[in-house]
Structure formats: structure tokens, C-alpha cells
Design a protein around this ligand. Structure first.
Ligand code: G3D
Ligand code: MG
Length: 179
């Protein structure tokens, strides 16, 4: 494997508090992954090696502990980012209504090309059975279409869709960086 085939990709988790960002990351990474805590930022990142379309990827997955207060923190979080996982919670409509705000955040702060790939996740699909769903699949799809994002339904609890979400982002980043 040549160096050319090994890429380090910083990606960020986005979305309101308690939508499941940290849980999704944990589900994807499994047990025993290491994180580096960036105390000045209230953020951490985890490294994870995988292969997408025969390309060796090292994900550097950034996760914020809360809402960043300082502009510098926001800028550092987004700088040199290759892609984003934007999450809302299907049981809380407000988290869906804030999706566009998060998208604007990454697009305006990333300083890469405007089209930095972002995948939209409708999380907590396992709660549907309890009848607590307030945002339908169709609404999610429509929003994703309008914003030009891929759309994947996930449950960090059951693991449904989680692998697919990261794979999809990886494919989009590959296409984006090689075009
Ligand atoms: P955040 O990182 O976006 O703030 P967390 O969100 O990953 O901390 O998750 C917030 C709460 O939602 C946690 O519950 C977590 O277990 C729960 N959660 C996350 N994803 C799912 C999911 O797909 N299904 C269900 N049923 N719950 C989920 P607690 O109770 O620990 O605060
Ligand atoms: Mg979290």
C-alpha cells in the first residue's frame, strides 16, 4: 500500500445536544477506542482506521461536549474538516428544525470548498415503535433533498444504519477529493 492510498480525514459530528452524536460514534467504533480530550475546546476526537473503496482511511472523528461559546473554538472545530455527520432526533422536532443552522455552521467555517460533504442522519429510529416519532421519514428525505445531502436513518442503540452512514460519508469524501 503506497502512502498515496492512506488518508487522514478529519470529520465532525454536528447537531443539537442529546441527538445521539456521541452514541453514534461509540456504536461505530465499538469498544476500546482511544480519544484525545481537547480541554480548551470542550471537544475530543477519536481515531479509527478503515477501508472504503480500496482506500485506507484514518478517520479523525471530532465530537463537541456542549455548545461552543467562543468563535475561536468553533473555527478550530471546523478547520480543515473533510466532512460532517449531521444528526437530528426523530422524537424531537426542534432538533430537526435546527439542521440548517448546523449546516450553515460547517459550510461557513470549514474554509474548504463550499461543498464539503455532509450526511444527514435521522437518529433514534428504534423509538418509533413507542410512537414517539415526531419527524417522519418523508420530511427527513425532503429536507435532505432540498439541502443537497444524503439521508440515512439510524439507531445508535440497535446499530441500524450506523455503518452505512460513515461509509456513505467516506464515499462522498473520496469523490469530492478526487474530483
Ligand atoms: P449527544 O452526543 O448528541 O449529546 P448522546 O447525544 O450520544 O449523549 O445521547 C443522548 C441520549 O440519547 C443518551 O441517553 C443516549 O443513550 C440516547 N440515545 C442516543 N442515540 C440513541 C438511539 O439511537 N436510540 C435511543 N433509544 N436512544 C439513543 P441518556 O439517557 O444516556 O442521556
Ligand atoms: Mg455528546
Amino acid at each position: 500500500m503506497s502512502n498515496e492510498d492512506h488518508r487522514l480525514w478529519k470529520i465532525v459530528l454536528l447537531g443539537d445536544g442529546a441527538v445521539g452524536k456521541t452514541s453514534l460514534r461509540k456504536t461505530y467504533l465499538g469498544e476500546g477506542f482511544e480519544t484525545d480530550y481537547l480541554s480548551t475546546m470542550g471537544a475530543d476526537f477519536a481515531l479509527y482506521d478503515t477501508t472504503i473503496k480500496n482506500t485506507h482511511i484514518r478517520w479523525q472523528i471530532w465530537d463537541l461536549a456542549g455548545q461552543p461559546v467562543f468563535k475561536d473554538v468553533v473555527r478550530a472545530y471546523y478547520t480543515k474538516v473533510f466532512g460532517g455527520i449531521l444528526v437530528y432526533d426523530i422524537t424531537r422536532r426542534q432538533t430537526f428544525e435546527n439542521v440548517e443552522k448546523w449546516l450553515n455552521d460547517i459550510l461557513s467555517n470549514s474554509k474548504r470548498d463550499k461543498d464539503v460533504p455532509v450526511v444527514l442522519l435521522a437518529n433514534k429510529t428504534d423509538l418509533r415503535e413507542e410512537g414517539t416519532e415526531t419527524v417522519s421519514t418523508n420530511e427527513g428525505k425532503e429536507l435532505a433533498d432540498r439541502l443537497g445531502l444524503s439521508f440515512i436513518e439510524t439507531s445508535a442503540k440497535t446499530g441500524d444504519g450506523v455503518q452505512a452512514a460513515f461509509d456513505q460519508l467516506g464515499k462522498e469524501i473520496l469523490e469530492f477529493t478526487s474530483s
